[in-house]
Design a protein around this ligand. Structure first.
Ligand code: UDP
Length: 308
């Protein structure tokens, strides 16, 4: 699994190990963190290699499943490392696909709702081709994932590889990096410090937040499925960012101020997954409410682990 020390990857490691699988975990730790997998060191089914999937991967063993999660997923991170982001989605995807081809095994790509760009359809259905600025500041992420999807489909069509593509919408939960800049950790960090919540733009843009345990369940079901085309995985409960700030205020029980800051370039105005396909094909839908998920996340951010 690439990206195994990341936020979602580390939860997926836990899940696979709990089911009795062995996991070979790869991460270059550019945004992933050893502390996300510290608890797995010494587990007989787990081994970790610090390596970059965009460089030749030298890991021994034969695998019965390849999971490619490695990517810089937070806008703050991919804007700071655009070339590494493009490499993880292009060469990194190719290298991971080659391992799957060598071992004749299945391959799952974690793609993103960003392939829809600033979408022209709402909610976003998998058939929407997207509305992406190919030279905008977010293009390093969007286009690398679009290329990764195309490459995955090419390996499926050309080499008969058993592939899956998950289009992941905004996901949150424990092990997100407190300072990764995404709105959930940003607001919770601000709330825990008693600082104003920074809403970008007028706050009318929308997002839909999925708890990580729900997402991992969706990924595991997708990998077991025969679906070769992309499947949206996310929570369809849509909020404006201003409404989300209000929820944080209510949850944290404080009189936090809200301040407005400029909207980043090309920030999508609306985002909400249509999950009809995931329901139909995987029998999956999210179960964890935003309040419950945020409570778990706050508890994590209060621990010493998160503060490092
Ligand atoms: N956002 C915000 N304040 C912050 C961080 C983010 O208002 O401190 C907004 C951001 O402009 C976007 C939304 O929250 O409209 C979600 O941003 P995030 O970086 O979490 O992920 P995105 O969905 O844009 O990839």
């Amino acid at each position: 699994m690439s990206g195994a020390a990341g936020f979602i990857g580390s939860h997926l490691c836990d899940r696979l190990l709990s089911e009795g699988h062995t996991v070979t975990a790869l991460d270059n730790l550019i945004t992933g963190s050893r502390r996300n997998i510290d608890h797995l060191q010494g587990h007989p089914g787990f081994r970790f290699f610090e390596c970059d999937v965009a460089s030749p991967i030298r890991v021994d063993g034969r695998f019965d499943g390849v999971w490619h999660l490695a990517s810089l997923a937070s806008p703050k991170d991919y804007l700071a490392h655009p070339i590494e982001t493009l490499e993880a989605g292009s060469t990194g995807t190719r290298n991971m696909l080659e391992i799957a081809r060598r071992d004749g095994t299945r391959f799952l790509l974690t793609s993103t709702s960003e392939v829809y760009g600033d979408p022209l359809e709402h909610p976003q259905v998998e058939t929407h081709w997207g509305h992406v600025n190919p030279v905008g500041i977010r293009s390093c992420y969007d286009e690398s994932k679009r290329y990764a999807e195309a490459l995955t489909m090419a390996y499926h069509r050309r080499c008969g590889l058993r592939t899956n593509i998950a289009r992941i919408f905004n996901t949150y939960g424990p092990r997100m990096a407190l300072k990764d800049g995404r709105v959930v950790p940003a607001f919770l960090d601000q709330a825990l410090r008693g600082e104003p919540l920074t809403v970008f733009g007028d706050g009318k843009q929308t997002r839909s937040f999925c708890y990580v345990a729900d997402l991992v369940e969706g990924l595991v079901r997708l990998a077991a499925s025969e679906e070769r085309y992309p499947v949206n995985l996310g929570n369809p409960a849509e909020l404006t960012i201003l409404e989300f700030a209000e929820r944080i205020r209510r949850l944290m029980g404080s009189n936090l101020d809200i301040i407005f800051e400029p909207l980043p370039e090309d920030d999508p105005r609306k985002r909400r997954p249509d999950i009809s396909k995931a329901k139909r094909v995987l029998g999956w839908e999210p179960k964890v409410s935003l309040e419950d998920g945020l409570r778990e996340t706050v508890a994590y951010f209060k621990t010493a682990d998160a503060a490092v």
